[in-house]
Design a protein. Sequence first.
Length: 604
Amino acid sequence: MSARADSPPASAAAGAAAGAAAAPGAPGVVPAVFAVALVALVLGAATGPAWDAGAAHAVLAAHLERAASAPLYGLLAGAAAQLPLGEVATRLALLAAVLGAATLAGVVAAGRALLPRDPAAAGVGAGLLFLAPPFHDAAGTAGPAMLTAAGVVWTVAAALAHARTPTPRRAVTTLLAVGVVIGSAPWLGAGLALAVLPWLSRRGTRAELLAAGTAALGLGIVALWSDTSGRLPGAGSSLTAMVIASGGGAAAVVIGAGLLGTAFGAVTGLPAARPLGGLLTLVLAHAIVVDPAAAPALALLAVGAAILPGAVVRAVGSPRRTLIAAAAGAPLLGAALAAGAAVTVDDPGAAPAHLATDLVGELPPGPGIVVVTRLPAWFALHYAQQVAGVRPDLVLAPPAPARVADIYVAEALRADQIVGADVSALGRLDPTRALPRGRGFELRGAAPTEVAPVEPPATYASATGADEALALALARARYEAGRGHLDAAARAAGLTARFRAADLALLATAVPGGARPALFGFVPDLAHGGPGAWQLELFGDDLAWVAGLDQPAVTEPPERVLHALWRDMFLGHRAPDDPAIVALGIDAVLATQVLLLELATSAR
């Protein structure tokens, strides 16, 4: 995630959101916010397919298909996919930018309706949302989350405006916004409809208008869900998934300020603060139970955050309400900038296409299948095949556990088909029967006699691309190490700066086992931080250990510390229950026991 908080788009959009809302009766404020935000979001949108489900949405849009989980988004995405602007993923990123701008404008509209005497406070909420990394993720790549967020905030904006001055137009706008949520997040939309329809009735909306609006929603549901693929989303999210999706940095400021502002407004009797809190509870519950996408909740929290500078204005009692609101919001915006703001998505560009080519481009002609173990690689290949037409002679196997994927491989090999993979073995397969092909492997029924050249690790743009390059480098390095080519393993892992020519010569003759067994595969992820460059350094530690080379002293990360302690243990300097090992936690203790058990079993 980029964090260029001082870039012109950040200052322009965040400042414009606050400034445009300053004048209470200024005409065209909301359209102005939309226009400025749209420019900033388009400049920061992704220029290529995503590493995640956004690629799948792009595939559906390219084929004019709609998923039952978000049929309205599928309709808009299918239309956007026909625009003559770059590739399909780029067109859907531009659609996301439009929806993101509509969401920011909706936050300003909702804030102005909630705090009509302090419209500058609404700009503070929109500015905070603009700086949140999860917002840019949703506003710069394909996916229905941004459409849901726009529908939610415009539901609030129209409903609050209707509560102050009931008009048929505002009631209809509220129902239309609810329909948008139904078409992009069905269960959330249904809950929103059940909450909003009685609320409109209590606010004096005519019964005939509500009946007509309800009927229109029903007809819209029938039209949207006709000829869709898949099924409605089921319960499968969790609080942990929602917290991870919400991210940290500036998003944490939005969450904290939004919760505090909404609670403060409810306690002090601010009109409509309690209904806002109720809708926020509904959105958060949906994120925990159904879909962890952060954008809808962050959008509502941004509206709640606007209450804080409004409260300062009321407490000060100065006639210069706009100036006081802006000054009160400045610390919140400053905290968001300092916490880690983002004004662009982590754009992979053409990296997913390059990865797909690297994995299957050098495989022999099919028919055959491709099995991958990591979802980013699967989405990259899925998009490359379905949109760009890469290797139509190969079938991409669905994501599956290793014990299922190896069945796909075995059946294809029995049928004398080509099998490609991103690892040399999975499940019960024999890694000695793999042959490196590009950045991936061809899996065979017998051990190959060919020798494939070793290349240094690939370079793919974006943080996810770096993780994929790391995983491929480790897969090739472990393959070479498993064949006893430790020097080739060092080159595949990109460790030639650590191991010079003399060291590589020693590695070429070193053999794991005996008093110096390979330990890398037993080291757990103690920090639970996922893949990282530490894995390559740890692999280098293992190569040096097997070859008897000097090791650098390490104090972090804990995985390399554990490896050093294990080395001392095999040299007789430590016991398996050494306090230093115990101090690393239960995972380190269990891994030590598994290591000793496995080595003892293999030695029999």
